[in-house]
Design a protein around this ligand. Structure first.
Ligand code: NDP
Length: 241
């Protein structure tokens, strides 16, 4: 296979949706991949299918020590780490008045602390090697606010700010924010409010398939080291939001 992307890329949330599609896209481009998520059975099946350039390890992004061990395992397997795709996320939407404090905390833990844990796990290595690339998957929710999505939007606005902060602090590290519009994945299967779950079905009538986001991630990685794609919003052409 022609190695179009001669890099070691780590992808979180690769057990479904955008992360899985990204693993498929980057494997086709020849990247060596280390993929993580909690559902190891799905990761194993994907790695078995994609071949020996793809390795996996179970990962809970909310656990900083687990993320450090994930990055160490990738270094042990492939000898280096070039790119981290912080893609794992959850979206249990609800109106604020429902007071679903546990779900607020869960979103903040996965969507914000998960991204920070990833940055902390790769930053010393990227600084030492004077090169590296952090790609954070945010959302159109990083650019707008909608009822029932206040906390989710808050987490994605935070990811946008953190990504820009990383860019400003590190000349040697590329930082990219990818903001998908509505995409047909398992996201939202954790919504416990029946009215919001029904609304999500309606939003999904106009949606991208996850390979559209995967191609955008590949595009950002493929640029020369001196070119940093900072922010991309990708929506279905007919999108309402
Ligand atoms: P999916 O639900 O299909 O994928 C989410 C992934 O995150 C799964 O692989 C899941 O794996 C993983 N994940 C969740 N919690 C954890 C955790 N604690 N530790 C490790 N992995 C975790 O949804 P998408 O593919 O759509 O979501 C990917 C990203 O795209 C998210 O950040 C989401 O916010 C963002 N996004 C999605 C949009 C959409 O419309 N689909 C629109 C805009 C942004 P597992 O359960 O095995 O741990």
């Amino acid at each position: 296979m022609t190695r179009i992307i001669d890099k070691v890329v780590l992808v979180t949330g690769a057990s479904s949706g955008i992360g899985e599609a990204t693993a498929r896209e980057l494997a086709t481009a020849g990247a060596r991949l280390f993929i993580g998520a909690r559902r190891g059975d799905r990761l194993k099946a994907l790695a078995d299918e994609l071949g020996e350039t793809v390795a996996w390890r179970e990962l809970d992004v909310t656990d900083g020590a687990d993320f450090d061990a994930f990055v160490e395992a990738a270094e042990a397997r492939f000898g280096r780490v070039d790119v981290l795709v912080n893609n794992a996320g959850v979206m249990p939407l609800s109106p604020l008045a429902a007071l679903k404090r546990d779900e607020w905390k869960w979103m903040i833990d996965v969507n914000i602390h998960g991204v920070l844990n990833g940055i902390a796990a790769v930053l010393p290595c990227f600084v030492a090697q004077q090169t590296g690339h952090v790609i954070n998957v945010a959302s159109v929710a990083a650019h707008l606010v909608l009822p029932t999505a206040a906390v989710y939007c808050g987490t994605k606005h935070a990811v946008r700010a953190i990504t820009e902060g990383l860019r400003q602090e590190h000349d040697e590290i590329r930082s990219t924010l990818i903001s998908p519009g509505v995409t047909a994945t398992e996201l939202g299967s954790d919504i416990t409010d029946p009215a919001v779950a029904a609304a999500l079905k309606d939003w999904r009538r106009k949606s991208l398939t996850p390979d559209a986001i995967a191609r955008t991630i590949r595009y950002a990685i493929e640029q020369p080291d001196g070119v940093d794609i900072n922010e991309v919003i990708v929506r279905p052409t007919a999108a309402d939001m």
